[in-house]
Structures are given as structure tokens and as C-alpha cells.
Ligand binder design. Structure first.
Ligand code: ADP
Ligand code: MN
Ligand code: MN
Ligand code: MN
Ligand code: MN
Length: 384
């Protein structure tokens, strides 16, 4: 999903002020007002996953909140984003996790929210409780994570994504109407023409660390203009919250650089790598010295029995990516192996040696919903 309006660059409005910042596309960003004092007020940017996108709106509070419970619930117009009918359009958003706002700085925050049908007055005068919207995948995930909290489920997601020229929708830095040289030199590359858009990647890394997203690394990918960052290991529901927040920050930063970000699992057809969302998992049992390796094999056997359920929920368009080529497994068969990148599940080389550790589910696409994927892994591996 992507916006279709033409990218534009604002002309400088009142001449130069010395506070402009030069953006990647060469334009200047007027930054005069960023550091003005806020008179004690704080901006709360409320973000919520809406289908495959993240949406947000800002409100200003006069007291600095320190925990989600300090924040009032809020609402937005669900009919404007396909989440509610026009005649009953209110969507209730509940603040869940607070992050520092890297764009506004200071005491300002971004809060990850999830979405509900608002409470209603019943015919008998009582008030009904709020109900998660069908698109709220967080609620079910939080419930499952609460159930298994003693098993301490840890996740790490490798988020791959592709940068596009916002005007042509063609990968950033690729020749117009043409292709760069074949894959090979780009993975983990340095050098212009090989590592395309690094300024954005570096800004994103810093912004995530500042915000409190547990980002754990970045690398350039096999296809030029494709990159990866890793988030984790995160315990339970924090995986979904942090990954969605990292995507929100990516979209916001890309605005500044006039770049379009796509999480499509196969942005260019043909002999170009697709984009995945490898999901690494461990639990108390798999991390236990000595017995962990057996626990990993038991869990993988259980995951194999629900292959079809997982595949169906691992990202839209994943069939264009999971072809059995380009370091992927086939969609139809479940397989696992040590150090094998052509399998559904890969176990690290050191796991049989150390007899404990974690494993990698390589099936999820780059556009995975982390609330869905982490819930399914826990249900299959720990609750079946
Ligand atoms: P790859 O070799 O597949 O490219 P990466 O280094 O990109 O692997 O990513 C590894 C991921 O595994 C990271 O997100 C990291 O947080 C996560 N991870 C590391 N240790 C654990 C663990 N014990 N349990 C779950 N995830 C883990
Ligand atoms: Mn309005
Ligand atoms: Mn990786
Ligand atoms: Mn990768
Ligand atoms: Mn991986």
C-alpha cells in the first residue's frame, strides 16, 4: 500500500534563517520552530496499526504523562480508513506503550495504541465494555503472551524493506527504465551505487534508539536499495509494539527524505531477492543449558503440524517471495535444518554445539503483522 500523490518540495518561505537542514534530495527543511519552548505542554502523537499501514494523530496535554494509564483513551474517524461504517464511525483508541518522540524531542512522546469499538449504553442503561476491532490483532496477541509469560518468550524480527524513488516508484538509485548490475556486490556493501540511501538508514537507527525501540542492528541487503534492520530480542507483546513503532518512525523519516518505503515482499519480479521478516524465537526451555536443543526440536515438530495455518497468516503476497529460490523455502512444504537458509526454519550452527539457543522462522514476509506472527508461534510451539 502506498500513497499516490506526487512528491513535492516546499519552497523556502521567508528566505534563509540559518536553521534549515539539507535533505537527501538536496532540498532544505525549514527547522526554525523545532526548539521553541512548549510552555509546559507535551505533544502526544498517538499511532495505531490500521491494516498494513500505521496512522497517527496528535493531541496536546498540559501534564507530562509517565505511563500509558496517565493518558486518556481517544477516538478517530474509522470511516476515513475503512475501519468503521460512516453512520457509526467512531473508533476508540487505547494507549498501550509510550516511546520518546525523536521528531519533536523534549518531553514529547509517541504512544502505540490499539483500536476498539467504543463502549455503548445498553437498553437497560448499563454500559457495554469495549470490543477489539477485527483489525486489532494486538488484543489477541497480548492475551496469549500473558498466558505464557512464565515461559519468557523472546522474539527478534529481521525487518527487510525497499526504498523507492517517490516519483517513479522504481527502486531508489536504479537507472530510470533500467536495472543495476546483477546481485552480488550489494549485501552489507559500502560505497555509493552499492549502499543506496544510507543517510535514511542511519537516521532511523538513531531515532529508534532514542525512542526506546529495541533495535539491534542494520545491514544493506542483497537487492540494491533493499535494507534490513533487526529488532529484539523483545519479550512477549513488546515485539509487536516495537516493530510497529520502528515502521512508523521509518515512514516519518522517509517523508523528510522524499523517499517512499515499501514493505512489499517482492518489489521487483525476476532475479531479485524478495523481502522477508525472519522471526527468531526462544523460550526458557530452549535457552536452558543442556536440554534446550531437544526443546527446540520438539517445538519445531509442533510448528510443522500447523504449517498451513502459519503460511496463510505470514503476509500478503508472500507467494511471490517463497518460491524456493533466493534463499527461501517452498510455500507448500515444511522443512528445517541447521544453518540451512533454504528451509522454513533454520537452527543456528552453534545450537547443537551449545545444546541450547533459539531458532529462526524464515517464512514470514516483510509485511508481516508481528502481533499475528508472534501469537501463532507461541500458540503452536508452546500451547499445542
Ligand atoms: P541472520 O543471521 O538470520 O541475518 P540477524 O543477526 O539479522 O540474523 O538477526 C538475528 C535476530 O535474532 C535479532 O533480531 C536478534 O535480536 C534475535 N535473537 C538473538 N538472540 C535471540 C534469542 N535468544 N531469542 C530470540 N531472538 C534472538
Ligand atoms: Mn475532523
Ligand atoms: Mn539478518
Ligand atoms: Mn536479510
Ligand atoms: Mn535471517
Amino acid at each position: 500500500m502506498s500513497p499516490s500523490s506526487e512528491p513535492y518540495t516546499l519552497p523556502p518561505c521567508f528566505g534563509t534563517t540559518g536553521k534549515e537542514e539539507q535533505l537527501l534530495d538536496g532540498s532544505l527543511w525549514d527547522n526554525r520552530f523545532k526548539d521553541l519552548d512548549q510552555n509546559g505542554s507535551v505533544c502526544v502523537d498517538s499511532a495505531a496499526p490500521a491494516l498494513t499501514w500505521v496512522r497517527s494523530k496528535t493531541r496536546v496535554l498540559t501534564k507530562v504523562p509517565t505511563k500509558p494509564e496517565d493518558l486518556p483513551a481517544w477516538n478517530y474517524d474509522g470511516s476515513s480508513c475503512g475501519q468503521a461504517p460512516g453512520d457509526d464511525s467512531e473508533v476508540y483508541i487505547v494507549p498501550r506503550t509510550i516511546y520518546k518522540d525523536p521528531f519533536r524531542g523534549g518531553d514529547n512522546i509517541i504512544v502505540m495504541c490499539d483500536t476498539y469499538e467504543p463502549p455503548r449504553v445498553n437498553p437497560d442503561g448499563s454500559v457495554s465494555s469495549i470490543k477489539p476491532l477485527p483489525t486489532n490483532t494486538r488484543a489477541a496477541c497480548a492475551e496469549v503472551m500473558e498466558k505464557v509469560k512464565d515461559e519468557e518468550p523472546w522474539f527478534g524480527i529481521e525487518q527487510e524493506y525497499t526504498l523507492l524513488n517517490a516519483r517513479t516508484k522504481w527502486p531508489l538509485g536504479w537507472p530510470t527504465n533500467g536495472f543495476p548490475g546483477p546481485q552480488g556486490p550489494y549485501y552489507c556493501a559500502a560505497g555509493s551505487g552499492a549502499a543506496i540511501g544510507r543517510e535514511l538508514i542511519e537516521s532511523h537507527l538513531k531515532a529508534c534508539m532514542y525512542a526506546g525501540v529495541l533495535i539491534s542492528g542494520v545491514n544493506a541487503e542483497v537487492m540494491p536499495a533493499q535494507w534490513e534492520y533487526q529488532v529484539g530480542p523483545c519479550t512477549g507483546i513488546k515485539m509487536g509494539d516495537d516493530l510497529w513503532m520502528s515502521r512508523y518512525i521509518m515512514y516519518r523519516l522517509a517523508e523528510l527524505y522524499n523517499i517512499e518505503v515499501t514493505f512489499d515482499p517482492k518489489p521487483v519480479a525476476g532475479d531479485w531477492n524478495g523481502a522477508g521478516g525472519h522471526t527468531n524465537f526462544s523460550s526458557k526451555a530452549t535457552r536452558a543449558a543442556g536440554t534446550g536443543w531437544q526443546a527446540i526440536q520438539d517445538q519445531i515438530a509442533k510448528l510443522g503440524k500447523r504449517h498451513a495455518v502459519h503460511i496463510a497468516a505470514y503476509g500478503e503476497g508472500n507467494e511471490r517471495r517463497l518460491t524456493g529460490k533466493h534463499e527461501t523455502s517452498s510455500m507448500d512444504d515444511f522443512s528445517w535444518g541447521v544453518a540451512n537458509r533454504g528451509c522454513s526454519i533454520r537452527v543456528g550452527r552453534m545450537v547443537p554445539v551449545e545444546k541450547c539457543g533459539y531458532y529462526e522462522d524464515r517464512r514470514p514476509a516483510s509485511n508481516l503483522d508481528p502481533y499475528v506472527v508472534t501469537r501463532l508461534i507461541v500458540e503452536s510451539a508452546l500451547l499445542m
